[in-house]
Structure formats: structure tokens, C-alpha cells
Write a protein of this length. Structure first.
Lengths: 441, 441
């Protein structure tokens, strides 16, 4: 009974911290029914069984294609052990992370990581095969792979599957594409939102941002890694797309953790067709209301995809949202939230329905963030459990009731400044150990 | 079957990396039978039931006392949420980390952490009560606590227990002291070694370094934290003791991880009586063979205690030794070894007897250490599994046989330089989740 000693007043005295999560700041745009990676005008998608997997019922090849060459930006894993398709897609974008492309081709089953020069040849060849089928230069096809590492990817499924994939492309194919990139995911992940161009210089236009994602955390070679493809029909120049994507990824995919930060294959692609801006095709300019509206929609989709990835972490029973406020710097906010979200002790406590603020405090204390323990406040699921670094008595039965929710929120105020952030993770269960420990044995 | 693709030759072609662990460099001094914290001349110890715990059969109060005021050095947790006894012991050592003391008093059951000003008063008062019983100034008694956080430590057990503890002190009391500081530990941890003064300026003398430790990793408030007391009868000045202790801790206690780095209460004390140097009481001087012999003995004891702590991690079934060589810098070596040792995916793979080098590679790749993936070699239990960043085929049955050992060694060569280090951790089991997740629920 760790938290049973009265020390700073009764429950009734203490107001919740009331931190706002990043998701709450991006909650105003409704998600489109059945929205996904092919919702934006100018894009088609498909998911087929090409033969990367043995099971003929399992979709294993996704293609997202633009009707015309489209602006594209991408961000990739920073892991030194990056996979061959990551290296090749970076090459295709000329090393700057943006350019013009026609398609992104993704296989699941084999990651083509730790495969040396032969793996690089395979990745280059596969994009050429897909490009042939699409009738575009190889340079305009980006590739991504997810699955087992250390094995070589076969060319046959690309050779036999590419024509079939191209002929299957449709604006209704987003869902199959989202299914085809799944590995240990328990469900496909796809979201889309729309925003009006009226009042922001694109009267009568309606723009859409939609995307799909798979995997969460570095769970190689149990075949989960993070891959996401997002499309929009807003008119955005490739370099501005890159800036917007990096900012959106920083507050979404870079703020989730299942058990570490980056895998060998993590890739996030963003394509813009500009098709919804017709007849005016003028680019949205950074700093204008139009560009801000696009950024807002992009972040909304990225945050929704990221949260779903954290919820679907291996063995997860609960999404954990860690809201840190009162940090001295942005870096401190991130370090504090990340250390709490990565703590196996916090994650097992949540799994065990234990409102154990001591483990949260200990993680904060070793995070490197600057603060005084006398200034710290912590709420768990809206229940104040710590103020001024001391225990606040709380109703344990009420806490257990709130733990029934699949969505557990931890609010922290460091009392050291004005910076805030949100991280998402999942709890740490017996099932996690089973999934990751019983592999092969 | 992750590692089944031939890529760089058959097993027979590949020699093991043959990295040496830090422990192997400190394996020449035999441990004294029944050696512990009271093995060195000039020290006595005891462990009694003072009443911090409800169970009268459970020892809960340890006292280590020098016959005369002794040189002392200490290192403490860097966690911002440090406990009251840490703050008070730091005060007692004048803020420099070394000084002259008579005793270290340790209670288990309550950590006296997150207890504010009242907790500080309690810690100060408790050291004064013990000092009264010993007949020395309060400034000469250091304190440490381990157990539940957020609860206040009662004074009664100190008041009723201190006289009893002082009267129980004996040179055979080290074992009881080691038992009294246990929390979730499954066994007491104590080691001692001796080295001869002959040939190093202390002819006919024999010096002893012995110590005890408890807990491993930050497992608050499941009542495990790291506390260690080490004594020696070598004649060492307090400031030199501090330098030697910091170096020894850096290669031992700071190189183990169960689930994080520092708890609220981590403390390591080193006391030197000089009693074995009589009649010559000349201090051993840093840089001389005598001081080097002392440092070697100290490191031997610290490494043995640290390894035992990692082996006894909550739910652990195996000790994991991570030997990194070929790092560009000392910091890179540490980052690489630490990231591998902290990886839940590596720890669950070892639990599942899976020689899964991909998870090790992924941890290395995100560690921040500088290297090229084409230069990396990895052995698991002496079996080469990766060379030049590529899979090496190995005998899976032989790997499963080697996993029967309670001691799993991972050798890594980054191929980027000459620096090396060793980290110790334990595997991640269902039992870990049960211990940490089922608490209170």
C-alpha cells in the first residue's frame, strides 16, 4: 500500500492537473468513413498476394500510385543497421528526402535488412520491375519492406505480381493496401480527413489527407516495423512537403514507443498530387492559412495513425498517454515523457492496474530533465496522486475503476517551465514476453 | 528461421570474436570463504530485527561499524527524486563524498523517499540515535534506507533497536547484515578478497577488501534499490578512497541494468580502517603498486557484487554479459553495450533461447555509437552469428545446448576502434511481469 499515507491534504483539496494531450489539439477534424491512403484525389492503391508469404490468403504486396508524377517527401529510420529498401528509397529521392515520384511499393514477409550488396541490388531491381509495370522511370518508384531480417527477398513475386498490382489499383484499394503491409499488427490502420479550401484562397475546393500505417516499435525480426504512406490532393511543393512531414512525424510517430525508438526499416512517405486544387494549381505557401490548414490535417492523420500503432503494440492491453507539462525546455519535456513511456516498471504497473506514482517519479528523476522534486505533480487517469513531490491520498477503488478504461492517461507537471509534450505507449504484459520470448523456442 | 540463410561462409570458417569481459580481468583473487563486509580488520557488523518490518523473523536493520573513526567515501544516486537518507549522508560527508565516519546504519522495509522535510528530520534523528548508542558524534553515522517509498519511517525501531544492534556487533556479523538489507533479493550478496602487502611496501601484511550489496535495478516501490557497503583494512586516505571507489563503481555497479539506471536510494559506501597496516600506518599512495593492488581487490569485490545483483534481477533466469569491443570511444562502447543490455527484445529473446542477432544489431544501430554495419561482428555464447553485418550460419541445436547455461555471453565487435566495455543484465521473463505487474492488483 504505497500511497496510503496522508501527507498533503485529502482528495477533495487537490484539483487535477488537467494537462492537454497533443491529440486533443488535433481533434476537431472528423475522420472520413472508410478513409485511407487512396482517399485523396489523384491516387489509387491496392493490396494483393504476390507470393512473399506462403499463405495464399495473406495479402503481402501493397502499391500506392499517383495518376501523374507527384511531389513526395519521406523520412527514414536513423538506425545504422538500415535496410536495403531504405537506402534505395533515399537514393531515389536524391539524398534530400523529397522529389517527384509515381508510386510506393511495399512488401511484407521479408525485410531485406542485413542483406548486404545483394539486398541493395534486389531493392533496385524490384523498383525497376514495378516501374515497368506502371510505365514510369525506375527512379519514380520508392520501395519499403517489412518482415524477417537476414533473408534475401525473392524477385519472382515482384515479376509475377507487379502487373497484377497495377491492374488492381483503384481509389477503393486503400484498405487492401493497409492490410497487405500488416505483420504482427492485429488490424489495419488507416485514417483520412478533409478540410475546406474556402476562406484560405482555394474557394470551392475540398482537400483530403489520408494514410495507412503498420507495425509499432522495433520488433524485428518478429516482423513489425513502422511503415506509413500518406497522400494528399493539396498542392504542395516537395520541399515544403518535407518540412511539414518532419514536423508532423516529430509529434506523432516519433512520440510513440513500444520497446525502443527506431527499427532497421522505419519509413514514412508523403505524396501530394495537387488534384483537388484544380483549376487553380497554385502551391500552398508555408505560413499562409492554407498551408496551416494542410499541416493541421496532416498532423491529425499522423497522430491518429501513431496512437493506433501504440494501442496495437505487441501484447498491449492498454494505450498509455503520457502528458508532460511544466518542462524547462522542449528537450526536457521529451526526455521526461520518453523515459516514463519506456519504463518497463511503469508499463508493468499499468498492466497490473497499479496507480504507482513512485515508478513514474523515479523515471522522471533519471530522465535528465531539469526540475526539483518539490515541484512535481502527477495525476493518473485524472486522479491527483502526487503534489510537490509528495503522496496525495486517493480513492484506490476509484483508481481501479478508472483502470478499466483501455486508455490510461498520465499527467505530469515538472514545475520547471512552460514546455509540454505527449508520448504514447502501451502496457507491458505477459503476452508481450510470450510473443517476443517464445519465438522459435 | 531468421538466421538460416548462408551468406558468409560455413561455421567452420568463422573464428569466435573472443572478447574478454571486465570480470575476466579481475578473476585472479580467490574469494574468502564466508567473506563479507566485516572480514576486514577493524570492522564489525550485525543484522537484527528492529521492527521496520512486521515479520519478527525478518532481519531489517544492519549496522556496519568501525572500531575507530575510519576514512570513508561514498557515491549516491543521481536521481532527482533522491531519498532523505541520501541527502543526509551527503551532508554528513560535507558534500564532497568523503570524510571520516564510524558507522553506516541501514534499514529495510521503508525507503524514506518522497517524504519531504519530515523525512529529512527522520533521517537526521535516526543517525543521531545510532551515534548515541555507539558513543560517537551524529556526523559520524551515515544512513541508508530501502523499501516502500512515500511512507514515513518510524523512529521507534531506531530507538529500541540501536542499543541492541551495537551490542550485537561482531566480526562474524557480516552475513546477518547482508541479510538485513535484502528486499526482493532472493539471497544475500557478499564477497571478500585478500592481497599480500609483501613486495609492495607492506611486508608481512595481508589486506582484505570485503563487502555486501542488495537489490538490483530500480524496482521501487517493490523495494529493491542498490545499496552496498564495502570495508577494507588497507590504509587509504579518504579522498583517494573516493577516487578509487568512483572508478570501481563505474566498471561494476554502473555497468549493470535490470530495468533502468538509478533509483531514489542507490548508495555505495567504502570504509578504510588501515588496521592491517599496523605497525606501519603509512597511506597507500595512488600510482604505487600498493594502491594498484588495493584498487584491483576493490574492483574484484565490486564486480562480483554487481554480477550477483544482475543475476538476481527480478524474475531473472539468466545472467547476460554483453562484451563490446572495437568501439571508437569509451562513450560509444558504453552506449552500445547499455542499449543492448536494456533492450526488452534482446532480454526476451534470451529468455526464449533465441540466438537472435537481429535484435542485438537493431539495438546497436540506435545506440548512438559510431560504426558501419558492414564492420560489425556478433557472437552469442561463443557462436559466431554475424560477420560484416551479415548472417553467419550456425548450428541451432548447439545454440540451444549453450542456452542451458545460466550465464549467457554476447560478444560484439563494432570494428570502429579499440575501446571495449562489459555490461551485465538479466533476461526478461513472464515472472518479471508477474512480480512487477501483479503488485497490489
Amino acid at each position: 500500500m504505497t500511497n496510503s499515507v496522508p501527507s498533503s491534504g485529502s482528495e477533495a483539496d487537490v484539483a487535477p492537473l488537467g494537462n492537454a494531450s497533443t491529440a486533443e489539439r488535433y481533434a476537431d477534424l472528423p475522420f472520413l468513413p472508410n478513409g485511407g491512403v487512396a482517399s485523396a484525389k489523384g491516387f489509387k492503391a491496392c493490396g494483393i498476394h504476390a507470393g512473399f508469404r506462403a499463405d495464399p490468403k495473406r495479402l503481402d504486396f501493397a502499391l500506392v500510385a499517383a495518376d501523374q508524377p507527384a511531389a513526395c517527401a519521406a523520412v527514414f529510420t536513423t538506425n545504422v543497421f538500415c535496410s536495403a529498401p531504405v537506402t534505395v528509397s533515399k537514393e531515389r529521392l536524391g539524398g534530400v528526402g523529397y522529389g517527384t515520384v509515381r508510386a510506393v511499393a511495399i512488401n511484407s514477409g521479408i525485410a531485406n535488412a542485413a542483406t548486404g550488396d545483394k539486398g541493395l541490388d534486389t531493392a533496385r531491381q524490384s523498383s525497376a520491375i514495378v516501374a515497368d509495370a506502371l510505365g514510369c522511370p525506375a527512379e519514380e518508384v520508392l520501395v519499403a519492406s517489412t518482415g524477417v531480417i537476414g533473408q534475401h527477398l525473392q524477385m519472382e513475386p515482384f515479376e509475377t505480381g507487379s502487373e497484377k498490382a497495377v491492374s488492381t489499383l483503384s481509389s477503393a484499394g486503400g484498405h487492401d493496401a493497409a492490410c497487405a503491409i500488416m505483420t504482427t499488427d492485429t488490424h489495419p490502420k488507416e485514417y483520412a480527413v478533409s478540410f475546406s479550401g474556402s476562406g484560405i484562397g482555394y474557394e470551392g475546393c475540398s482537400f483530403t489527407v489520408g494514410g495507412m500505417a503498420k507495425g509499432s516499435g522495433m520488433i524485428m525480426p518478429n516482423m513489425a516495423t513502422m511503415i506509413s504512406v500518406i497522400t494528399t490532393d493539396a498542392p504542395i511543393a516537395a520541399n515544403d512537403l518535407h518540412t511539414a512531414l518532419k514536423a508532423a512525424v516529430d509529434m506523432s510517430f516519433n512520440k510513440i514507443t513500444v520497446d525502443s525508438d527506431t527499427s532497421t526499416n522505419d519509413s514514412c512517405f508523403l505524396l501530394a498530387s495537387g488534384e483537388a486544387a484544380k483549376p487553380s494549381a497554385a502551391y500552398m505557401v508555408p505560413g499562409t492559412p492554407a498551408f496551416s490548414a494542410f499541416e493541421h490535417a496532416l498532423r491529425t492523420v499522423c497522430i491518429a495513425l501513431a496512437r493506433t500503432m501504440a494501442t496495437d503494440g505487441e501484447g498491449a492491453t492498454r494505450l498509455i498517454t503520457v502528458n508532460v507539462a511544466g518542462a524547462k525546455t522542449v528537450e526536457d519535456a521529451d526526455a521526461a515523457a520518453r523515459t516514463v513511456a519506456n519504463s518497463p516498471l511503469v508499463k508493468t504497473a499499468i498492466y497490473g492496474h497499479d496507480a504507482n506514482w513512485g515508478r513514474i517519479a523515479a523515471a522522471l528523476g533519471r530522465s535528465g530533465a531539469a526540475f526539483d522534486q518539490e515541484s512535481v505533480g502527477i495525476d493518473i487517469m485524472g486522479l491527483p496522486v502526487c503534489r510537490q513531490g509528495l503522496t496525495v491520498p486517493f480513492d484506490e477503488e476509484e483508481a481501479l475503476r478508472r483502470f478499466e478504461s483501455p486508455d490510461v492517461v498520465i499527467d505530469i507537471n515538472l514545475g520547471a517551465g512552460d514546455e509540454a509534450t505527449t508520448m504514447w505507449t502501451c502496457d507491458f504484459s505477459h503476452e508481450y514476453v510470450t510473443i517476443n520470448g517464445d519465438y522459435r523456442s
